[in-house]
Design a protein around this ligand. Structure first.
Ligand SMILES: [Zn+2]
Length: 237
């Protein structure tokens, strides 16, 4: 389940490993309005999740800013955001942190490639950028016109991540980093070391845009989450 230990335990472990942490500021109302409508923002305020959701969005935006300063960054935030659409919250997502980061970093990074490795299709992000020629979104496994996902394995998954970088020019790579595709989580597919390979493939792919890359935590609910995150970061950094 979604709970504070998801990020708390990961932060303890990552600090131990020597990673630098930066406390984000909450995203400003203007930054949130770049994605979400007034009524939606009002509803989130009434729901009592505004503080946490705007802080998560602020973390994603800070990570995108670091990425543009040639510093790969991982936003260790909750709640997740990729199901949140412009005017709709669902699936524990209130504000779409990835979309808020990408829209607000636009003056410096016009074209974005978003790779959503969460088990669940990032429908909110897709709906927000529908028709936007400057944003390409790839959801490995969840979409495949050949229904190849029916017999998905780790190497096919990795290939989908690698091919995400083809046929599109981008200035920044954002990763909606959910870890519920993990072997012991709902997805029952990827091992810890597969997250290292995915992180590394994204680091390689981001070379085409000067290495500008950042990731935002989405789902992932198994107690091994911290190890999956650490493995990803080791490949991604
Ligand atoms: Zn998920």
């Amino acid at each position: 389940m979604e709970n504070p230990d998801r990020v708390r335990l990961a932060s303890v472990e990552l600090r131990k490993a020597g990673y630098q942490f930066r406390e984000p500021e909450t995203a400003s109302l203007d930054a949130i309005r770049a994605v979400h409508g007034k009524e939606h923002i009002d509803r989130v305020m009434l729901s009592g999740h505004f503080e946490a959701a705007s802080l998560a969005a602020g973390g994603a935006l800070a990570a995108a800013e670091l990425a543009m300063q040639d510093e790969p960054a991982f936003a260790l935030v909750r709640p997740p955001g990729h199901h949140a659409a412009a005017n709709r919250a669902w699936g524990m997502c209130y504000f779409n942190s990835m979309a808020i980061a990408i829209k607000n970093i636009r003056p410096r990074a016009k074209r974005a490639l978003i790779i959503d490795i969460d088990l669940h299709f990032g429908d909110g992000t897709v709906s927000i950028f529908r028709g936007d020629q400057n944003v390409k979104i790839v959801n490995p496994w969840s979409v495949d016109e050949n229904f190849e996902y029916l017999d998905m394995d780790e190497s096919r998954y990795l290939r989908q991540v690698e091919t995400a970088f083809q046929d599109f020019d981008y200035d920044i790579v954002g990763v909606s980093a959910g870890f519920d595709t993990y072997l012991e989580d709902w997805g029952k597919l990827l091992k810890k070391e597969d997250y290292y390979k995915i992180g590394k493939a994204i680091r390689e792919g981001a070379k085409k845009c000067g290495g500008h890359r950042f990731a935002v935590l989405e789902g992932g609910y198994h107690p091994d989450l911290l190890w999956c995150i650490k493995s990803f970061i080791e490949g991604f950094e």
